[in-house]
Every structure is written in C-alpha cells, then in structure tokens.
Write a protein that binds this ligand. Structure first.
Ligand code: PEP
Ligand code: MG
Length: 574
C-alpha cells in the first residue's frame, strides 16, 4: 500500500492522530533573563546547568525503570554535557562580560557544537545536536519557561526532535513520531523503539506536506506516511493493523513450544540479556537459554569495576534462573569500541572500534579477565550448572588460546580456594571479525562453539562504523558479503563438528532468522521480546524452503535483493 510520503521505518507500529508540529526554540524569541548583577548572572547560570543535569539524570532513571539502561546512557551523557566545565565556564565568562545569561549559555554551547560539527564526522555532528539540545534545556531552567507539550495526544512532526524530549513526554501524549531528518540509528529512533512509539524518519518533503494539515497517520513498519488520510487509506491502515494483531497473537500462542520449522527441524532459541534480572524476562519469553549475556553492562555506569563477589552473584542468579541443562552463555566484557569504561584509565584511541577492545584487553590487563572468569567458575559451582563462556572480538588463534589459558588459570585459583568448582567450562568464540571467519576451520578445533556477532561482522566486513547514521545503508547484515562470510564460518564449524549460534540483530529479524537457519546456523539468540516473531516465522517454513532462500541469498549481490527474497516467503504466509 503506497503512502503519500515514504520515509525510513524507525520504530514499529501504526500511529494516527493530530499533527503536533515541534519547532525547537532557537536563540530567537528566547526571553531575556533580568539579573541585578554579574555575580547573580553567574550564579543563575551555574544553578540552571545543575538543574538541567538533574532533569536529564531523572529522565535517564525513568528509562532505567522502564528497563532500558543502555538507552539511559544517551541521557546520562547529556547530563554530563549540561555541566561540562568548558561550556559552563565560557557561558559564565560571557555573562561577566555583560551578555544576557540566556545569550551567554546559547553562545557558549554553540561554540562547542560548531567545533564538534566542523570535524566532518557524522557521529560528532550528532553530539553537536545533543549539545544544542542541552543548551535549550539549560535556557529553560534559566528563564523558567515550560516545556511546550501537545494539548491532546498527537503525532510529533519535526525536522528533528531531541531524544530527551521524547523521554520526558507524559505517557500517552505522544502517539508517534515523523521526522524529516534523522536516521534509524539516531538516538531519537532508539528511544522511540524503547518507549514503544511508532516512528518514521528521513521523510523528504514532510514539513511542506504537513503545512496546514490537521491529521497524520504513520506506519513504522513500512515507512508510509499519510497526511490528512482519506477514509480508504484509514481503512487500509486499520486492516493492516488487524493483520499484524493476528500475526502477533498467533506468535504469542506458540510461546512455550520448541522452535522448529514446519517439517520439524529444531532450532535452539536463546535470549540476549544484560543483567540477571533480564534472565527472568528471557524465561518468560520462552527462551531455551541465554545465548549472549552482555556483561560489559555490569562494568558501565559505575565508578570502579564490579568485584569478583558482585559478578559471582549476578552470574549465579542468571544461571539459577535457567538451571542445569539450559545454557547461559556469558560473554566476556566487551569493553572498548563504543563502550569505553573511563575508570580503567585506558588512553583515548583514534579508532576505538579497531583498537584494544574486548579480548585484546586480556593481553595487557589479565587480571580484569581473570576476575571475571573466576566469578563464572564460582557462580557455576554455587548454582550447580555447567558454565558457558565466550570471548568477543576474537581475531586470531592467539586470542582464542588466551581465553583458554585464562579460563584454566582462573579454575586453578578457584579450586585452590576450596570453593565448589565444575570440571569444565563450555568455551566458545564470537565470530565478528573477518580474520576469525577466515580462520574458522582452525578456531573450530580449539573451542566448543561459535557465536556469530552479526552486528560487528557487518561493520568489519563492509568497513562501515555501526554507529554512523550516514552509513545506515551499509549496516544491513543481509548483505551477501556478510552472508557468504557466515557460510564459510558454518562450513568450518561443521568440519570440526561444533555448533554455530548467531547473536547479532540479524538473528532477531524474522527475515534474518530464516536466512541464518538456511545457511546452517543451529542456534539463534535475540532480545526476549523478538523470540515470538522468530518462532512464528520458522514454524511457517520448511527446512527446504530456508535452504533454498539461503542459496538465492548467497548468489545475490545486495542486501535489498536478499530482503525481498525473504519477504516473498514471509508475506506468502501472511
Ligand atoms: C554483535 O556484534 O553482533 C554482537 C552480538 O555483539 P555486540 O552487539 O554486543 O557488539
Ligand atoms: Mg559485537
């Protein structure tokens, strides 16, 4: 069904409602703040900066409470920007030299934002937008102005929207988001998905189209936008929503049954988690175990590394949730890349994604990894289960050997301490670096399993920074170059007789799941909320169909073609 306008789908769902045109308030029209002395101006700027930081921290907490701690970091970073000494001191200096406090804050923030934007780097340009957003919040605190809110539940329409605005909207007031700019990887899109708000971004001509319009309908799954929709369009959207509702209900009904293709080919369905609390949600979602425990989140948002005892208790809880017989794969902390840990005191790197990340840290900081491995041994001993571990960012045989050596050294220490300790730890490596894929036959002889990290594998195969919105088009793991790499990994694993899992976002996308199973991947690991959709997609196809799909995908030369092949199968099943 063609929309009147089309953008990029950024958060699923259909929203329909009045247009709420959001316009960021720039310097123009900002109220002047009357102050009696320069000392007072300084005091008010400092107080406003602190108030803005506190508001942003509170919003971050709200996201944590909603179970989106990763997304909360976006707002925590903004809270730090609000009290960034470089920006605050420059604003104070300008105010002391006689500028109105509001002007001083905006000018100071603008200098920082322009410096970031001029670096000609899309990621830093996005940070510039965050700095401007923070400045407007500080100004609001200074002038006592209120946040402008829609009067009735509405769909927000804008060029761009600050992520913090989305987080602070009273629940129910925002029905969806349509943006002329933005990208699916932008912070605002990530938050929209977390908050369950349908969103479409990068909609050309959107702002002209909504001029004078009263209503808008958006489809966050197809990217279709209807401005002042007519009754036929509304009916079509309602029909589509009903079909999706049926699809979701059918998928929910399968929960609790083992995932398998229509002809009985069993697929192990695992969950990606970030904490022991997530393990309970994974169980409720019908996961057969945990395929990826992203333990670096235990190291983030704190002043020092978690102790061995802290880690032991967290891993033990996750293991006990699933009990013996169901794996909980603990991924060694994937520190570095886009997840720096300031208290480790590592030097800044010009290219962190190509730097000392994850297992590479073990070559220089053995104790960090040894502590984690001792905690895994201890936790498994206490929970009475066999532990599973895997290392991220493995690029060489030496990396895999390092993991094995540290694992064994950690066990000796735990046994020497007299603690209960299992005999073995099922040990795997993540395949997310092309060199590891090329070395798959040799690596497979060293370890017990592979887990393909399709997010990083895509970034490294296509040389496209996974966080760079300008390269969104290259960040599709269905690209045949990535799929051919996966096929070589499966062949290497098969020759050695070890299983292969996939735990990147591709595994949670029904189209991706079909292709991966067709390529011979044995286990899929995804966010718990995605497991129903994968299970339902698999139940509708035969092993022969997905193998044929994989063969066609391998012969293709771009991701769009592969996606279209997968859609043919998914749509045929309704
Ligand atoms: C991946 O790279 O696909 C993966 C699962 O690891 P992360 O997304 O945590 O880097
Ligand atoms: Mg990764």
């Amino acid at each position: 069904m063609p929309g009147r306008l089309t953008g990029i789908p950024a958060a699923p769902g259909i929203a329909r409602g009045p247009v709420w045109r959001y316009r960021p308030r720039g310097a123009a029209g900002v109220p002047v703040v009357a102050v009696s002395s320069r000392g007072e101006a300084e005091l008010r700027i400092r107080r406003a900066a602190a108030a803005a930081a506190a508001q942003l921290q509170a919003l971050a907490q709200r996201l944590c409470d909603l179970d989106h701690p990763g997304d909360a970091e976006i707002l925590e970073a903004q809270a730090l920007m609000a009290i960034d000494p470089a920006i605050v001191e420059e604003a104070v200096r300008l105010a002391r030299s006689g500028l109105d406090p509001v002007e001083a804050v905006l000018a100071s923030a603008e200098t920082s934002a322009e410096a970031l934007a001029s670096l000609d780097d899309a990621l830093l340009a996005a940070r510039a937008a965050d700095v401007r957003d923070v400045a407007v919040r500080v100004v609001r605190a200074l002038s006592g102005a209120h946040l402008e809110l829609p009067m009735v539940p509405s769909v927000a329409v804008a060029d761009d929207i600050p992520p913090s605005l989305l987080a602070e909207m009273p629940p129910g007031l925002l029905l969806g988001v349509a943006l002329a700019g933005g990208s699916p990887t932008a912070h605002v899109a990530i938050l929209a998905r977390s908050l369950g708000l349908p969103a479409v971004v990068a909609v050309e001509a959107l702002l002209d189209a909504v001029h004078g319009a009263s209503e808008i309908a958006i489809d966050g799954e197809t990217g279709a936008i209807f401005v002042d929709p007519d009754s036929a369009e509304l009916q079509a959207l309602a029909d589509r929503q009903a079909i999706r509702g049926d699809r979701d209900r059918a998928a929910t009904a399968l929960r609790g049954t083992p995932a398998a293709t229509a002809d009985g080919q069993r697929v192990v369905l695992l969950a990606n988690i970030r904490s022991a609390d997530d393990a309970t949600r994974a169980l409720e979602a019908g996961a057969d175990g945990v395929g990826l425990f992203r333990t670096e989140y235990l190291f983030m948002r704190r002043q020092s590394a978690p102790t061995e005892a802290d880690q032991t208790s967290e891993y033990r809880r996750a293991m006990e949730a699933f009990g013996p017989g169901r794996p909980v794969v603990i991924r060694m902390a994937d520190i570095g890349g886009d997840k720096p840990i300031p208290y480790l005191g590592r030097p800044e790197e010009p290219n962190p994604f190509l730097g000392v990340r994850a297992i590479r840290l073990g070559h220089e900081s053995r104790e960090l990894l040894l502590t984690q491995l001792r905690a895994i041994w201890r936790a498994a001993g206490l929970a009475g289960v066999t532990p599973y571990v895997m290392a991220p960012m493995v690029a060489t045989i030496a990396d895999a050997r390092l993991l094995i050596e540290l694992r064994d050294e950690a066990r000796e220490a735990v046994v020497a301490s007299g603690a209960e300790c299992p005999d073995r730890m099922v040990t795997g490596v993540m395949i997310e670096v092309p060199s590891a894929a090329i070395l798959a036959p040799e690596l497979a002889r060293l370890v017990d399993f592979f887990s393909i990290g399709t997010n990083d594998l895509t970034q490294y195969v296509l040389a496209a920074d996974r966080g760079n919105p300008s390269l969104a088009g290259l960040q599709d793991a269905l690209h045949p170059a990535v799929l051919r790499t996966i096929a070589t990994v499966v062949a290497g694993a098969d020759a050695a007789g070890i299983p292969v899992a996939a735990c990147g976002e591709l595994a949670g996308d029904p189209a991706g799941a079909l292709v991966l199973v067709g390529l011979g991947v044995d286990e899929l690991s995804a966010e718990p909320r995605l497991l129903d959709g994968i299970r339902a997609a698999l139940a509708d196809v035969t092993g022969g169909q997905v193998r044929e799909l994989a063969a066609r995908a391998l012969a293709a030369t771009d991701a769009e073609t592969v996606r279209a092949y997968a859609r043919e199968i998914l749509d045929a099943k309704g």
